[in-house]
Design a binder for this molecule. Structure first.
Ligand code: FES
Ligand SMILES: [Fe+2]
Length: 365
């Protein structure tokens, strides 16, 4: 069973994915369609017409509505059936209303709220510093479809010790995994509603991207920050940067990233990533080089590993059911899983409260 936090923002799509045509996607086991009204405002509604169950995503956008391709019912952004071509006055058919979700656009991303619409609070989305500074950072965006449970993707990002083994290019390929691990200091910080895994490697050379794309000297020792901040349920604010050991942070090459995962089903995930850079911001060939660099890391190194893990777990999505061996580097993913489980549990407890009190009343009779 797919277990998720309901009252939280999840990514549905990038804003640029929805233009003239509607976009169909499965998000947290719901088939949805995203479409824009004539003023550009987005709506996200169920992608199944309640009449004969055609996919609304195969229909046309007309003014502020989406027209079913089969018999022409039209739905607005709130999921209300506002036009029925089979009635005399073509008026609304309220019995045909379908589900809609609260959404908002921020950072070029469409976010949706799967829980109680009355609690959809825009301020609940964490602020991502580098995305607030478009003058300082250029960004490129990407997306993967991973055949693995969403928490396996979060585990991968919160235990970056794997980088020494499966991403040799991050260290320029000049060091053994043991040298890399020995030079890296890690410190876990648990906050009220986030986990920060501080990682600082000192005294070794910069990554191959820092050398090849941003001209850093491979032989000059640097500090390399790879601190990851996790926000529940599955958003990771990743500070990545290198600067010479005897110089301030500001002099460095920084390529901060936002990674965010939305479950598609229990065993598949949408994995979005936005990568910034504070150097060579206006050069399209660097955009492509960054995308190529991260395609190697995420699509050809991380993704197959996560999919291998899920395949070896079979039809089980919670890794703890299989009693995994724990290493010291698992502290961050284990803490995040615990915090998320506690948040989901408290959501269930709040939903169950009226039932529990009813049981007490019955028991007392
Ligand atoms: S299936 Fe949509 S109007 Fe008939
Ligand atoms: Fe990785």
């Amino acid at each position: 069973m797919l277990s998720t936090l309901k009252n939280a923002w999840y990514a549905a799509a990038y804003s640029h994915e929805i233009s003239d045509a509607p976009l169909a996607r499965t998000l947290i086991e719901q088939k949805i369609v995203l479409f824009r009204g004539s003023d550009g405002t987005l709506g996200m509604i169920a992608n199944r017409c309640p009449h004969r169950f055609a996919s609304l995503s195969a229909g046309r956008q007309i003014d502020d509505t989406l027209e079913c391709p089969y018999h022409g019912l039209r739905f607005n952004r709130q999921g209300e059936c506002v036009f029925n071509p089979h009635s005399k006055n073509h008026g609304p058919l309220r019995a045909a209303d379908i589900r809609s979700w609260p959404i908002m656009e921020r950072y070029g991303i469409v976010w949706f709220w799967p829980g109680d619409p009355a609690r959809a609070d825009p301020t609940a989305l964490p602020t991502i510093d580098f995305l607030e500074k478009p003058d300082e950072y250029a960004v490129v965006r990407g997306m993967l479809h991973v055949r693995g449970h969403y928490e396996l993707v979060v585990d991968n990002l919160l235990d970056l010790s794997h980088a020494a083994f499966i991403h040799p290019q991050f260290s320029g390929g000049n060091y053994t995994p043991e040298q890399l691990l020995a030079a890296t200091k890690q410190k876990l910080e648990r906050r009220e509603r986030s986990i920060v895994n501080h990682r600082l490697r000192s005294g070794l050379g910069p990554s191959s991207a820092h050398v090849r794309l941003f001209g850093m000297d491979p032989n000059v020792p640097v500090n390399t920050d790879t601190t990851m901040t996790w926000h529940p349920p599955a958003m990771l604010d990743f500070a990545v940067g290198s600067w010479e050991v005897d110089k301030p942070w500001e002099t460095g090459v920084h390529i901060p990233q936002l990674h965010f995962i939305t479950p598609e089903t229990e065993f598949t995930s949408h994995y979005f990533f936005v990568n910034g850079r504070n150097r060579r911001q206006d050069e399209p060939e660097i955009d492509q080089a960054m995308l190529d660099f991260f395609d190697l890391a995420f699509a050809r190194q991380d993704e197959p590993m996560i999919e291998m893990v899920q395949a070896n777990m079979g039809e089980i999505s919670d890794i703890n059911e299989l009693n995994p061996i724990l290493l010291p580097t698992d502290a961050a993913p284990v803490s995040a899983r615990r915090m998320l489980a506690a948040l989901i549990e408290s959501e269930h407890a709040a939903n169950d409260a009226p039932v529990a009190s009813l049981e007490k009343v019955v028991a007392a009779m």
